[in-house]
Ligand binder design. Structure first.
Ligand code: UDP
Length: 453
């Protein structure tokens, strides 16, 4: 009886068009599909997901009207703010059509939107459907964003063009320092404050789904639930709960798995800075020589756009490839979750995007944290100072320091202790997704709520 009711519900998902947001949203879709719901994904034509990876979903594209100037500016705050203005009308029109065409036997139960696609809520209200917010960053990031708004209101944070480098602890936000606050690359201008204010509000939404895990955020989650008027559902890590499927925008180079098969257990350092972060050529050169001098085997993702738009063979310093020889493998894009689960991988140099952090924790891989901007800074601080499963590589960013950090993580006692703690954490995370665990229970409660709409 219950199952029949569930089958009749369709859910509309609205992802933010970036890899680190599309992935978890599609994973959420797969999970809810396995619970008996039908899934429609309304996405922008910009960075659209590949429907062939999810034949069981219905995909609908809407125009975004982003100018080339905005797209190529690299200013994510600007891009997301413009997206929220430009998509509002097309999304509402699209939603009206989807509602009009809905099958009587399969009515739409609610709209689930990425916290950064907050324009969706007004359209949901317009068609009289409930909405749920989906947050793809950590609960601690949410708290620190609220902290930024408060510090700004108290005059402790000024509006400045650059990010703070202060090592001082932020009052009330342990263990964060001012330099760990999740600000954009461009500091804290007004439009950034407006964006975090908009994404922090629940408006008339009925609940919040969170890709996080109770066991990682025992102090943040209860604080948020206390302030929040609607239920929150921490149901992560989604990549562990969702049935496996590919949703990659870039072609994954699976040859690196064959290379990993030939390496010694726990010996390889995997390096990836995610899908958006970029570094300059000087940093890449220091990284390269730090890696070579450490003599550890490595698998390095150098995606187009990591340093300008150049291919890796045009970027790496002369003599580097000859020096590392068979000890290194470089790819444009890797099947990351498979790489992290591989026994040869003993460390992850990461920018600490939330997905990468969760994926690393889920496979007990200790980390070298080198955050670039935004929530990556918060995650890096929690990895290194709260869960203590990684070390943070701070400035000055130079080859000698990099070499020491790699050796410390991969072959020294400090790294061994982090690996042990990472194993303990992985076991706790596994318990959360098993029957009776916190994420498992939360997911079932979410399903019940949706059915009750
Ligand atoms: N990823 C991947 N292959 C790569 C690098 C990254 O599949 O070579 C995936 C990774 O598994 C993660 C996502 O891309 O799911 C990156 O998300 P994250 O939140 O870590 O960082 P972002 O790209 O949003 O900065």
């Amino acid at each position: 009886m219950e199952k029949q009711r569930q089958r009749r519900c369709r859910l509309v998902l609205v992802p933010l068009p970036f890899r680190g947001h599309i992935n978890p949203m599609l994973q959420l879709g797969s999970i809810l599909l396995s619970k008996g719901f039908s899934i429609t994904v309304i996405h922008t034509a910009f960075n659209s997901p590949d429907p062939s990876n999810h034949p069981e979903f219905h995909f609908v594209s809407i125009p975004h009207n982003l100018s080339d100037q905005v797209i190529s500016s690299g200013n994510l705050v600007l891009l997301i703010s413009v997206l929220n203005v430009n998509c509002q009308a097309p999304f509402q029109e699209c939603l009206v059509r989807v509602v009009e065409q809905q099958d009587e036997q399969e009515e739409i139960a609610c709209i689930i939107y990425d916290e950064l696609m907050y324009f969706s809520e007004a359209a949901a209200k317009y068609v009289k459907l409930p909405s749920i917010i989906f947050r793809t960053t950590s609960a601690s990031t949410y708290i620190s964003r609220s902290g930024i708004l408060q510090l700004k209101a108290e005059g402790i944070l000024s509006l400045q063009g650059t990010c703070s480098t202060s090592q001082d602890l932020v009052p009330g936000l342990h263990p964060l320092r001012f330099r760990d606050l999740p600000v954009s690359k461009f500091g804290i201008p007004e439009n950034f404050l407006r964006l975090i204010s908009n994404m922090s509000k629940t408006r008339t939404s009925s609940a919040v789904i969170w890709n996080t895990i109770d066991v990682l955020e025992q102090s943040s989650l209860p604080k948020i639930q206390k302030q929040c008027q609607v239920p929150i559902f921490p149901i992560g890590p989604l990549h562990k709960v969702a049935p496996a499927s590919s949703s990659s925008l870039l072609k994954e180079d699976t040859g690196c798995i064959t290379w990993l098969d030939q390496q010694i257990q726990n010996s390889v350092l995997y390096i990836s800075l995610g899908s958006v972060a970029s570094i300059d050529k000087k940093e890449l050169v220091e990284m390269a020589w730090g890696l070579a001098n450490s003599k550890q085997p490595f698998l390095w993702v150098i995606r187009p756009g990591l340093v300008d738009d150049l291919e890796w063979n045009k970027l790496l310093p002369e003599g580097f490839i000859e020096t590392v020889g068979e000890n290194g493998c470089i790819v444009k894009w890797a099947p990351q979750t498979e790489v992290l689960a591989h026994g040869a991988v003993g460390g992850f140099w990461t920018h600490c995007g939330w997905n990468s952090t969760l994926e690393s924790i889920s496979e007990a891989v200790p980390m070298i944290c080198r955050p670039c901007f935004g929530d990556q800074r918060v995650n890096a601080r929690f990895v290194s100072h709260e869960w203590r499963t990684g070390l943070q590589l701070e400035n000055p960013f130079e080859r000698g320091k990099i070499e020491r950090a790699i050796r410390s993580l991969m072959v020294e006692k400090e790294g061994e202790e982090m690996r042990q703690r990472a194993w303990n954490l992985k076991e706790m995370v596994e318990l959360c997704v098993r029957e009776g665990g916190s994420s498992y229970v939360s997911l079932n409660q979410l399903v019940e709520l949706i059915i009750s709409f």
